[in-house]
Design a binder for this molecule. Structure first.
Ligand code: ZN
Length: 396
C-alpha cells in the first residue's frame, strides 16, 4: 500500500471522540469543548473540574467557570457533589482589596482520600506508600522481597492490606508497578523476578482488598510520574536502569502499550556488532548487559577516574545507539533517566545525548534532552498514584 492510499483527504471526518470520560490515557491539559455523548457529559465535566483544580490549585467557582467554559450553575452543582463525595473542599475566602463579597475558594480535598501504591520492581525489597491526592507520600514502607520461590502473592496482598488498613481516609484505589510484562487488565504475563507467569495480580488484589486496583509495568508507571509531577512533555521516553533496563513511553501524551503489552522493553535490544558482554538472556551485546546497575558496577570496580569516565561514556553511547531509532521514529523531545544518579548523571547521560544527536536528523533532533528524573527513588510509587487518579477521577 502506498502512502497516498492511507492518507486522509481534508474532507475525511474527524475520528469519533473518546466516549469514556475516565480514560486511562493522560489528559493533563483540560480539554475545552471536547465532544462527549450526553450520558457521559456529567462525568466528563466532573473530570474537567477535578483536572483543573489538580493543576491550577485553589480558585473561586467563578474562576472555575471561566477556566472550564462550564456555566456557573453547572459548576455550583458539580462542586456541591464533589464536596459531598470528599474530593473538593472549601478553602476560605480570598483576600481582596476591592469592596464586595469576597469569593470562597475551592480546591481538591487532598486529604479527603488516600491512594495506596506498591513498587514491586526492587531487586531486594518491595516498597509501599500511602499518598494524598496531590501525590505526596505520607507513609512509606519497605519489606524484604520473599524471593521468586517464596510466597510472593501472599506477601504482596498482606503488604497492600496493611497499607489500606493504615490509611487515615477512604482509599480511592491501589496502584501497583510490577516488573515484567503486564497486560491492560493487570495480568502479569511474565515477571521472572516475581516468579509469576500469566497471573491476575490486579483481580487478586481487588478481591482481597475490596477497592479499585490497577497494576501496570513499573517503567510505564514511572513515566506517568514524570509526566504529571515532573513536567515531562507529551512525547517522552523514561529509561529505568536497575538490575534490568526497561522504559516507559508516551506519544502525544498517551501511554504506548504495544501489540503484546511489551512496548518499552528495550533491555534486550542488541547494541553492538562488535560482540560485547554476555547477557542473562543468553545473547551477547544486549543493552542491559552494557548499562544495568550490576553490569556497570562490575566494570567500574577498581577503576580510576579516567577509566571510570571511559566505562560510563561507553555505556552512554550504547544507550544512545539503542534510543536513536526510537527518538527518530516517534519524534521524542526528551529522554529521562531513572536509577542511581552516581552512575547515570554525568558522562553516561552526556554521551547518550551526544550519540543521539549524531545518529538522528540534526535539524529536528539537535535539541533532544537527556536528563535525570527529579522524582527520585519513589518514582514508581508516585506514578502508580497517577494510574489511580487517572482511572478513578480522570486526573493526570
Ligand atoms: Zn539480553
Amino acid at each position: 500500500m502506498s502512502a497516498s492510499e492511507v492518507r486522509r483527504g481534508p474532507s475525511s471526518p474527524e475520528p469519533a471522540p473518546a466516549a469514556v470520560p475516565y480514560a486511562l490515557a493522560p489528559l493533563r491539559h483540560p480539554r475545552h469543548g471536547a465532544k462527549v455523548l450526553p450520558e457521559h457529559a456529567r462525568a466528563h465535566n466532573r473530570a474537567l473540574v477535578l483536572q483543573t483544580l489538580f493543576h491550577r490549585g485553589a480558585m473561586s467557582r467563578a474562576d472555575l467557570s471561566r477556566e472550564t467554559g462550564l456555566t456557573r450553575v453547572t459548576i455550583s452543582d458539580l462542586i456541591a457533589e464533589l464536596i459531598a463525595d470528599g474530593f473538593v473542599a472549601e478553602k476560605g475566602v480570598r483576600e481582596v482589596s476591592r469592596p464586595g463579597k469576597p469569593a470562597m475558594l475551592v480546591d481538591l480535598d487532598h486529604s479527603g482520600h488516600r491512594i495506596v501504591t506498591l513498587d514491586l520492581s526492587g531487586p531486594d525489597t518491595f516498597a509501599g506508600g500511602i499518598l494524598t491526592l496531590d501525590g505526596t507520600i505520607v507513609v512509606r514502607r519497605e519489606i524484604p522481597h520473599p524471593g521468586a520461590d517464596g510466597d510472593v502473592v501472599g506477601t504482596i496482598v498482606a503488604f497492600a492490606a496493611d497499607l489500606v488498613r493504615d490509611s487515615h481516609a477512604p482509599v480511592l484505589g491501589v496502584g501497583v508497578g510490577s516488573p515484567g510484562v503486564v497486560d491492560d487488565a493487570g495480568v502479569v504475563l511474565t515477571a521472572p523476578n516475581l516468579g509469576l507467569t500469566g497471573f491476575d495480580l490486579e483481580g487478586t488484589l481487588r478481591r482481597a482488598l475490596g477497592v479499585p486496583v490497577v497494576v501496570a509495568n513499573d517503567a510505564n508507571a514511572a513515566v506517568l510520574a514524570e509526566y504529571t509531577f515532573g513536567g515531562a512533555g507529551d512525547d517522552v521516553i523514561l529509561v529505568k536502569v536497575g538490575r534490568g533496563v526497561g522504559s516507559g513511553l508516551l506519544s502525544g501524551g498517551r501511554p504506548m502499550v504495544g501489540s503484546r503489552f511489551a512496548a518499552g522493553e528495550i533491555g534486550h535490544v542488541t547494541v553492538a556488532t562488535d560482540g560485547g558482554p554476555l547477557c542473562s538472556c543468553g545473547k551477547v551485546g544486549c543493552l542491559e548487559a552494557w548499562i544495568s546497575v550490576p553490569s556497570l558496577t562490575a566494570r567500574l570496580a577498581g577503576a580510576d577516574d579516567d577509566a571510570r569516565t571511559g566505562v560510563l561514556r561507553d555505556a552512554g553511547e550504547r544507550l544512545g545507539i539503542a534510543l536513536a531509532p526510537v527518538v527518530g521514529a516517534l519524534d521524542l523531545s526528551e529522554v529521562v533517566l531513572s536509577g542511581p544518579a552516581d552512575l547515570l548523571d554525568g558522562p553516561l547521560a552526556v554521551s547518550a545525548a551526544d550519540t543521539l544527536r549524531t545518529r538522528t536528523l540534526a535539524k529536528v533532533h539537535e535539541g533532544i534532552r537527556v536528563r535525570m528524573t527529579e522524582q527520585g527513588q519513589d518514582i514508581v510509587l508516585r506514578g502508580a498514584a497517577v494510574m489511580v487518579l487517572s482511572g478513578q477521577l480522570g486526573v493526570s
